[in-house]
Ligand binder design. Structure first.
Ligand code: F0G
Length: 471
């Protein structure tokens, strides 16, 4: 076993260390050591970076903004990529073999209809679906594949509900590594599968769900030629945390009251929480936004656990619960978050508790209607992303979010990731079954904002009268 137990001297020239999140263990490992779970205690790891210019927030702020401004004309990843722009905050050297598809730099969009629907005066959507492969995974994959190259791996592997797969496939191709993807057969949107195939990945379909794929990937991580690119890998989190920096920059350094994200394997919530915390630690912001996570009702192990916690007792990491009861057979039409045993649950829970947020679940009907409402803002997203607006509506109704609060929802995937869901919503043929009720027939539910195609005679008069009727 390599690494250093807590307390041992950690003098090295690397721009950070990997550290076990278990405060009682706190062992550290060099950045080049290929470890995913702590070999001493089995807990997940996180990277502690040593920022290049600590204590000089003004300098970093200016530098990030000026790089962003140059991005249209520059091909330097440190200007053009929304990840590498924040190099000072990342565990990589200046001369690292940066892998990039010019990810990040996604818009923060005003969404007035979704705001009114949720009971808010104003709501903004940070749309990570504008990334190169159409989901938020790309920011983390830029960092993970760069580290895979540095570590001399031959194959990058992941378990996926579809988006991680598409992203890994693209970034592995860019970096010349083999991509191997484990998918739950028949449970991935064809659009996502199509992307992985097109980017040239080796796609392996498993008879089992995402959690079974994830367990297999963890077993395969022992092989030195194989690099795990799931969010259990702390380098993925490093890339993904840059969305917190970009968001705060877009808010002109005014911290929003709430940031709300969907929850599946819990990498995204972990990453955002880490990003905000680092800005606070460096004095670049003066408070944390309240970070809340929304799960789908049939795949909500962490929301269930959260409901049983007395958060007043959880101010210290030592009181984090030891175990999460997994959902054995998770169910949701938002297939991206059909996950019963999230690997990063403890890190995500810690981030939410530190930030004073909530973890709740929403129903299939609530997700579907929220998704259609986001569409009415001219924005669109995939079903998993719409849990955010559904969750915000619930949190406003429960008094956890005030109507005039400054709220940002993070949309994680592009609408075209799952066109079949949209067609079925607007046709009125969506139906779902809940976890634990798989023996019952699926329950159909009607979309409140259905928008069916209308058949019309091929004449000018018929078309004009249709327009008039719908105005
Ligand atoms: N939204 C989308 C569109 C996703 O694809 C995922 C996760 C999530 C939200 C949840 O994020 O896992 O970080 O909590 N998708 C993974 C995948 C599991 O394989 O593509 P998380």
């Amino acid at each position: 076993m390599t690494g250093k137990p807590a307390g041992a001297a950690t003098q090295n020239a690397e721009p950070g260390v990997q550290r076990c999140i278990n405060v009682a263990c706190a062992s550290t490992y060099g950045l080049r050591e290929r470890v995913y779970l702590c070999p001493r205690c089995g807990e997940t790891l996180e990277i502690v970076c040593r920022p290049a210019a600590p204590g000089r927030p003004e300098v970093m702020r200016k530098q990030w903004t000026s790089r962003g401004a140059q991005r249209v004309l520059s091909e330097d990843p440190r200007d053009a990529s929304g990840v590498w722009r924040y190099l000072e905050m990342l565990p990589f050297e200046e001369n690292a073999p940066f892998v990039t598809l010019f990810e990040g730099n996604t818009p923060l969009l005003a969404a007035p209809r979704s705001a009114a629907y949720s009971g808010l005066t104003r709501l903004r959507l940070k749309h990570q679906g504008y990334n190169p492969t159409g989901s938020f995974k790309d920011t983390g994959m830029a960092a993970a594949l760069t580290q895979a190259v540095i570590s001399g791996a031959r194959t990058a592997i992941c378990a996926s509900t579809g988006n991680t797969a598409a992203s890994l496939a693209a970034y592995a191709s860019r970096s010349g590594l083999q991509a191997a993807i484990l998918l739950p057969r028949g449970q991935v949107s064809p659009s996502k599968l199509a992307q992985s195939l097109d980017y040239g990945a080796l796609v392996l379909e498993i008879d089992g769900n995402f959690d079974a794929c994830m367990r297999l990937v963890q077993e395969l991580g022992d092989d030195p030629s194989i690099y795990i690119a799931n969010s259990i890998n702390p380098f993925r989190i490093e890339g993904q945390k840059t969305v917190a920096f970009e968001l705060i920059e877009q808010c002109r350094w005014q911290v929003p009251d709430h940031v709300v994200v969907p929850g599946g394997n819990m990498g995204n919530s972990t990453a955002l929480g880490k990003g905000f915390q680092e800005l606070l630690d460096l004095g670049m912001i003066d408070r944390l936004p309240r970070l809340s996570v929304i799960q789908a009702e049939g795949a909500a192990p962490l929301a269930r656990l959260f409901a049983t916690l007395d958060s007043r007792k959880l101010i210290s990491d030592e009181f984090l619960p030891e175990k999460l009861v997994p959902v054995e057979n998770p169910q949701t039409l938002a297939t991206a978050i059909k996950i019963g045993a999230p690997v990063s649950w403890k890190k995500a829970l810690r981030a939410v508790l530190r930030a004073g947020g909530q973890i709740i679940s929403v129903s299939e009907q609530e997700i579907a209607d929220a998704k259609a409402m986001i569409g009415r803002d001219g924005i669109g997203c995939e079903p998993a992303s719409a849990t955010t607006v559904a969750g915000i509506k619930k949190l406003v109704a429960a008094g956890q979010i005030a109507p005039t609060d400054d709220v940002v929802a993070v949309l994680t995937g592009h609408a075209l990731k799952d066109p079949d869901y949209m067609i079925r919503y607007h046709e009125g043929t969506l139906s779902s079954c809940s976890s634990g009720k798989e023996h019952l027939p699926p329950e159909p539910f009607a979309g409140r904002f259905r928008n069916n195609p209308k058949r019309v005679a091929a004449t000018k008069a018929a078309i004009l009268s249709s327009l008039e009727r719908e105005r």
